[in-house]
Design a protein. Structure first.
Length: 416
């Protein structure tokens, strides 16, 4: 039987097993859910999965299961996605609480990503049915635990690793290959997501964040994982190097700036909006380039004494790709997690092979990398930029803002 906060509080403390102290519930060096399960399983992917069930109840109240819950729903496929967004109070997820190895969460905040747009438009190769709930990031409180899960989690504030199915390591020489495995699945893409007031997830997929701010906590997850994997693991960024980041203002771009500055790198950023460049300079960017369609690679090379940058982080695509390639130093790395400006680009293959450039695509990240970015966030080394906090019942407004590209940083929904 699932156990909830009230049930635990009513138990006698003289039963022979003392309640865990707060520091034991959320120790600074032992905060990943799989390490606090009674089963002793440590791989995130080896615990119970969401794959066969779509669950979603984060309150001990039985009414959540009979009357439905608050949720932001994508009613049908197509764009603009904001036109298909509806905030409802009667979302039926069809489950009855946490199963073995799972925890039930009351969502405090959830954050939007471009994944929320892609899910609304439809993702090639992914069979999506509508209406559906998206959302890959949230901050939540554990309100019930299933069989085999330590009661120390009750009342804890946590974040969730959206990768509910992922092998720990495909090959020892390929640390990020797990994200290419056929069984790789995400909450918010393949499964109903986190833009709802409650849900159940494997205990192996949660991490304690102590008393960290719920807005910041919801905002850092997926974008930090994406940026960290492409820059640090795949791109092999080193302290003190030079980095170019295009389209500053998006969630990945702003956290990429945070990661690069944490590593002591010099950073140049581009944007079509001067106000976004000004914000980036306040956050530590060393050079801001107003992109008006010109060949701004000359300015980048001048800034680096004609050497070029060690890494170009480009999530724009067609409008910026060639300038990025021309801005790279010999042996430099071009890394991309997306293409908001269009996927088909013109490139310079001669420059790529003569300068021995590395062109790297990157999507999401591994379980190990997720643990690492949670640790960086908890230690205060990286911090997401939050553009705005919008009440969950104004979901269409949040999607419209994201689709328009008006934001600088993350858009967060408040469920409290």
């Amino acid at each position: 039987m699932p156990r909830d906060v009230g049930e635990r509080a009513s138990r006698s403390t003289t039963s022979g097993k003392r309640p865990p102290r707060p520091e034991e519930r959320c120790p600074s060096d032992n905060f990943v859910g799989s390490r606090l399960t009674e089963s002793g399983e440590t791989p995130l992917a080896s615990g119970p999965q969401l794959g066969t069930r779509l669950v979603g109840h984060g309150s001990p109240s039985a009414s959540r299961y009979t009357d439905g819950m608050k949720a932001v729903v994508i009613e049908k496929q197509g764009g603009p996605v904001a036109g298909n967004i509806r905030s409802v109070r009667d979302w039926q997820a069809g489950e009855d609480g946490p199963g073995p190895g799972q925890v039930e969460l009351r969502v405090l905040t959830s954050a939007l990503n471009h994944m929320d747009i892609w899910v609304g438009l439809g993702i090639p190769g992914v069979d999506l049915t509508y209406p559906r709930v998206s959302g890959c990031d949230c901050c939540a409180e554990v309100v019930r635990v299933g069989a085999g899960v330590d009661e120390a989690w009750l009342g804890r504030r946590v974040v969730v690793n959206a990768a509910v199915r992922q092998p720990e390591r495909v090959h020892p020489d390929d640390p990020t290959g797990a994200t290419l495995a056929p069984e790789y699945r995400l909450i918010g893409e393949h499964e109903h997501g986190m833009h709802r007031e409650s849900l159940c997830v494997p205990a192996a997929n949660i991490a304690c964040i102590g008393d960290a701010d719920p807005v910041q906590s919801a905002a850092f997850g997926l974008v930090s994982l994406t940026a960290y994997s492409m820059m640090c693991t795949k791109g092999r960024l080193r302290p003190g190097q030079t980095v170019l980041i295009t389209g500053i203002g998006g969630g990945v771009a702003t956290i990429a700036l945070s990661i690069a500055k944490w590593m002591g790198c010099r950073v140049a950023v581009t944007s079509r909006h001067q106000e976004k460049l000004d914000r980036a300079r306040e956050l530590g960017a060393d050079l801001g380039i107003l992109d008006e369609g010109q060949d701004w690679s000359r300015e980048v090379r001048s800034w680096t004494a004609k050497r070029g940058v060690d890494m170009a982080v480009d999530s724009v695509g067609r409008p910026t790709h060639m300038n990025c390639i021309k801005s790279l130093a010999r042996g430099g790395a071009f890394v991309t997690p997306g293409n908001t400006g269009g996927p088909r680009v013109e490139t310079d293959q001669a420059r790529i092979f003569w300068n021995q450039l590395r062109v790297l695509g990157s999507t999401m990240g591994t379980n190990d990398e997720w643990r690492e970015v949670v640790a960086l966030f908890r230690a205060g080394h990286i911090a997401p930029v939050v553009d705005s906090v919008i009440s969950w019942d104004r979901g269409a407004e949040a999607w419209a803002k994201l689709e328009a590209g008006e934001q600088f940083g993350k858009i967060v929904l408040d469920w409290r």
